[in-house]
Design a protein around this ligand. Structure first.
Ligand SMILES: C[S@@+](CC[C@H](N)C(=O)[O-])C[C@H]1O[C@@H](n2cnc3c(N)ncnc32)[C@H](O)[C@@H]1O
Length: 225
């Protein structure tokens, strides 16, 4: 379980996320469809087969997991989030369709929390921009890939195609919610892919609004009879 605030000094990240989402979670899905672009493109690219273990790290309200279950039927859905508040929405949305747990993207134990040692598809959607130690979270996600599995990341991009004032306004507005677009994400994805022997495919969304990265683990070696 993620550590919660002690009541002294700065709140823990878990407590901060609960504070951000306690009220907002009720409006989250209807509002975010207007500015969290690229999530459905990521889901369409999962190419998940029945029986595959799919994990969304920082799953929020469970919106993506619900869609994944419709687009890729008969996969085994798993999700985790640091916010107990967000998990209330996810549990209400998904019921028994998914196994959910409260944990920190940087440190969770996949077997202990979700009963699986590794996953065939892992999703990080608009969460690295809210996780302070996001490079650690990305590396931990890559470490949880099963042989032949893939890690799919979507998040805010460089925003360079937006007019300057609009870009500045968007950055200020996102900062109010503790969201920071990660300019170093392409380099971090390349570094982690290379260190872990993964193939990397990256895409820049229209106007640089979002960035998409897929890190693929090699297929297990076939034994020759
Ligand atoms: C913008 S929401 C994205 C939710 C969902 N992935 C989506 O695409 O709609 C960010 C989520 O990241 C979660 N989060 C932030 N830091 C986290 C951490 N260290 N570990 C796990 N979840 C975290 C928040 O609680 C929140 O649910």
């Amino acid at each position: 379980m993620a550590s919660r605030g002690s009541g002294i000094g700065a709140p823990s990240h878990a407590a901060l996320m609960d504070e951000v989402y306690r009220g907002q979670r009720h409006l989250y899905d209807v509002t975010r469809k207007y500015y969290l672009f690229g999530r459905d493109t990521l889901i369409a690219g999962l190419a998940a087969a029945p029986g595959m273990r799919v994990l969304e790290i920082a799953c929020g309200t469970g919106r993506n997991l619900a869609k994944i279950g419709k687009v890729w039927p008969a996969v085994a859905l798993h999700g985790l989030d640091i916010s107990a508040e967000m998990l209330k929405s996810a549990r209400a949305a998904l019921g028994r369709e998914a196994r959910l747990g409260e944990g920190d993207a940087c440190t969770f134990d996949p077997k202990g929390l979700l009963g699986e040692p590794a996953f065939d598809r892992i999703v990080l959607s608009y969460s690295l921009s809210m996780i302070p130690d996001w490079q650690r979270a990305l590396d931990h996600a890559a470490a949880c890939l099963a042989p032949g599995g893939s890690l799919h990341v979507v998040d805010f991009g460089d925003l360079q195609g937006l007019p300057g004032p609009l870009q500045a306004l968007l950055r200020r507005w996102l900062a109010m919610f503790h969201v920071e677009p990660r300019a170093a994400l392409p380099a971090a994805a390349a570094r982690i892919a290379s260190a872990r022997g993964l193939m990397l495919e990256s895409r820049r969304g229209p106007l640089g609004y979002y960035q998409l990265h897929v890190l693929k683990a090699p297929e297990p070696a076939r034994s020759v009879a």
